[in-house]
Design a protein around this ligand. Sequence first.
Ligand SMILES: [Zn+2]
Length: 276
Amino acid sequence: MPPAIWSPYDSPFPPPNRDITKLLRGAGNKNGFEIRVAAEQERYFRIAALQRHPSRWAIQVAARLAGCSRSAPCLRPCCPECTGRMRIWFYAEVARVLQIEQDTAQSRLNIITLVHEDWILKRQQIINLNPKVLIDRVRHQFLRAGGSGAIVIGSVHGEYDKQRQYWQPHLHLVARDLDVRTIYLLRKRHYQRTSLVYRPMVVQPLRDPPPQISYLLKSYWPMRVRHQKSSTFRRIPEPLHSEYLMMQDRFDLLDFVFLLGVRRQGHRLVPLSAPR
Ligand SMILES: [Zn+2]
């Protein structure tokens, strides 16, 4: 029998102070957490889209999504309901392991976005994305730059660029105790501005944990529409939309998660060394 796949549904539901569904659903909050009903509707939308895609593989992915239920969750990364439950686990564990409730510790915390033009995939090539390879590569970059004392957690995300007609995978991360020199070396060695990537490495302080950390693990990829000075985001059109879902279906939920200086032990994230 193959080993059981880790399921976020088996993890204990977090206490109110680490329950992202409560923290983001407050009055006046525009980017409120998508509730389960919305996630279910999105799952049906994806099933219908996949069923219209010409490949047999897409039909199989649609069938797996259609079979997702509370008693037998599909646990596919392309499932909005299963990803939604994973985000609840993810926020609670990140908040706990980084001790983000302690205000004094927040100055040691940064949100980092990494974008590299080497990760770009042509329109038809999204199926070849392997998040595990990308994560491995970036982990080594961090370690070689001296980031071994830090905790870095996040995930692989991506978008489709409408005008340029390519996919741009990227990483959203939160880091604790990542020193200035490591950040400098990473930027110098790997994340310098190019003609395609204007801001390859963005480092920001963690100011508002619930939205910023929940943003690290998103349940959909958007399409970037470039304007003169900014971009807007829309749903990815077919057949590309189905094709990124098919790529995700090749992996497990945790394959998109970046961990450095911390490992998963059952439902807990455990630091590799004692906190400084
Ligand atoms: Zn599911």
